[in-house]
Write a protein that binds this ligand. Structure first.
Ligand SMILES: NC(=O)c1ccc[n+]([C@@H]2O[C@H](COP(=O)([O-])OP(=O)(O)OC[C@H]3O[C@@H](n4cnc5c(N)ncnc54)[C@H](O)[C@@H]3O)[C@@H](O)[C@H]2O)c1
Ligand SMILES: O=C(O)[C@H](O)COP(=O)(O)O
Length: 527
């Protein structure tokens, strides 16, 4: 049984799903050092934002196949290191959208009406009504930074509260904004005009300290700011200063540059117009069930050899698309392996041509499969669907794609051309029926070969006696021939022969085959 480590609190429903296929250890109090120590034992890890999977931690996970983030943000995971190591990283892109949006709206209303401070005051024995006169959100302008899933839901609800909505999101189309009834504007306009500003973007190099002293300076006096996205998008020192000076009317933070927030953080000292929650945006029963199911199912599937639907470092495929592409992925991988072995030395370029019915399919997974096959003789099990593209790039392999829907020899076929230090090799393959793989041409010689584990390929003159001589040689060395195919373009011209053999070729035999008169080249292929 594979082993899964659950290192943050996850809903039991997720543990139950994982337990169907794995031994599950729930250890939610590991120190970073303890985590690094235990990680080599595990095939998968399931986390929330609490566990930091740094470069060192990911590298310790030598047996990890998948990292499952039960939530959206994967900024606590060193994804590039995971990718290089061939570890799939998955998340739950939508499981906690509503929870985070509702927390944001609750923060906005709490800021407007001083609910946390009024509550604390009353519970402290007072009946103070004067200190907590609030403001209405009706007819106010809400500026949303990042109009993705959470930002869009916030916009929809805020509109129904009678707010005018401005949004800044350089990656969003005007059509989408229009559909949501939102005005898409430049950042500066939003900052100048908004009464409330809420953040719903990821923390990246570009968004780090997006809200800083300079940008606060151009905001309206008394603006209220909410951050339920990620700590560090706001400069906490600048915001505290602006609260103290009265420039900012209120701030509600669910996320912090350092989590847990330091016990002596200056933010804790600020007054009634500052609301802090300990990263509770996704903490609803519903969201925790959603993300636990979503991510546990993906971990289960990957451990069973199936694809993940929400991988962040590999193209995700819908199950129906994957079912259709699966035999083509196997075909592309076999062809990549074949063309790589024929090419012998270093490959500089690989062209992947999709023909017939798959010419209009999503090409990326097929290209990745071909690269995985191409690199597998060199990298063995170190290369997989996650890291094949990176490994190819690092080896300087330039990949091109072409499509030709007009090829009708088979319903769908894949043609690979590899260019390298020893010249060019071309192979084509197709499916017979729905899933039987065939090699249908080698260097433009038409053949129809079912690939097997061991194969011997020869390029030779099409003349009497050659095939017999090769057959006798193999017989002398006790190599059993399972089947044979010859492809030629013209009688007594050049020909290619593919022998499916039951045994590996003994050393020295290939040399003898190449020396037979009329044989121009010979290759042993092991798939
Ligand atoms: N507090 C919580 O518990 C909690 C819960 C869920 C999500 N989150 C966080 O909320 C954020 C938003 O999540 P989501 O699910 O809506 O993500 P999303 O990917 O659906 O939306 C993010 C949006 O930000 C936009 N964006 C990216 N870079 C930008 C930039 N430089 N300027 C402006 N816009 C930019 C993108 O185009 C996208 O539309 C993420 O950071 C996520 O980690 C927090
Ligand atoms: O990105 C997310 O999904 C949120 O920040 C939730 O984090 P959590 O799973 O630690 O609550």
């Amino acid at each position: 049984m594979p082993k899964v480590l659950v290192s943050d609190p996850i809903d039991q429903v997720g543990i139950d799903i994982l337990s169907q296929v794995a031994t599950v250890d729930v250890k939610t109090t590991l120190s970073p050092e303890e985590l690094i120590q235990v990680l080599p034992e595990y095939d998968a890890i399931m986390i929330r934002s609490g566990t930091k999977l740094t470069k060192e931690a990911v590298e310790a996970g030598k047996n990890l196949k998948i990292i499952g983030r039960a939530g959206v943000g994967v900024d606590n995971v060193d994804v590039p290191t995971a990718t290089r190591m061939g570890i799939v990283v998955v998340n739950s892109p939508e499981g906690n959208t509503i929870a985070a949006a509702e927390h944001t709206l609750a923060m906005m209303m709490s800021l407007s009406r001083f609910i946390p401070a009024a509550n604390a005051s009353l519970k402290g024995g007072k009946w103070d009504r004067k200190s907590f006169t609030g403001v209405e959100v009706y007819k106010k302008t809400l500026g949303i930074l990042g109009l993705g899933k959470i930002g869009s839901h916030v916009a929809t609800v805020a509109k129904s509260l009678g707010m005018r909505i401005l949004a800044y999101d350089p990656f969003l189309t005007a059509e989408r904004a229009e559909k949501l009834g939102v005005h898409l504007v430049e950042l500066e306009i939003l900052l100048r005009e908004a009464d409330y500003i809420t953040l719903h973007l990821p923390k990246t190099k570009e968004t780090a300290h997006l809200i800083n002293a300079d940008r606060i300076a151009i905001m309206k006096d008394g603006v209220r700011i909410i951050n339920c996205a990620r700590g560090g998008i706001i400069d906490e020192i600048a915001i505290a200063e602006a609260i103290k000076s009265g420039k900012i009317g209120g701030i509600a933070l669910d996320v912090f540059e350092n989590e847990p927030l330091e016990a002596d953080s200056g933010l804790r000292e600020l007054g009634a117009n500052v609301i802090l929650t300990p990263h509770l945006g996704a903490s609803t029963e519903e969201a925790q069930t959603n993300v636990a199911v979503d991510v546990a199912e993906q971990i289960r599937d990957v451990l069973l050899g199936l694809p993940a639907r929400s991988a962040v470092n590999i193209p995700g495929l819908r199950p129906d698309v994957w079912q259709k592409l699966k035999p083509y992925l196997q075909l592309a991988e076999m062809l990549g392996n074949l063309v790589g072995q024929l090419a012998g030395g270093r490959v500089d370029t690989l062209n992947v041509k999709l023909q017939g019915e798959i010419a209009n399919s999503e090409s990326q997974p097929i290209v990745v499969a071909a690269l995985k096959g191409l690199l597998s003789p060199a990298l063995r099990e170190r290369v997989n669907f996650v890291n094949a593209s990176i490994e190819a790039k690092e080896r300087g392999i330039h990949v091109t794609e072409t499509r030709d829907p007009s090829v009708e020899d088979y319903s769908g076929s894949i043609h690979l051309t590899a260019h390298g230090s020893q010249g060019q090799q071309e192979v084509t393959g197709a499916l017979l029926g729905k899933s039987e793989i065939r090699i249908t041409s080698i260097n433009e010689f038409p053949i129809n070969v079912a690939p097997t584990h061991y194969m011997l390929l020869t390029l030779h003159r099409d003349m009497p006696g050659i095939i017999g001589r090769i057959g006798s040689l193999l017989g002398n060395f006790n190599v059993n021939i399972a089947s044979m195919q010859v492809g030629r373009r013209m009688v007594r011209g050049e020909a290619v022969m593919v022998l499916n053999i039951d045994d590996p070729l003994p050393s020295g035999l290939l040399d003898e085959i190449v020396h037979i008169q009329g044989v121009t080249d010979a290759f042993v292929v092991k798939l």
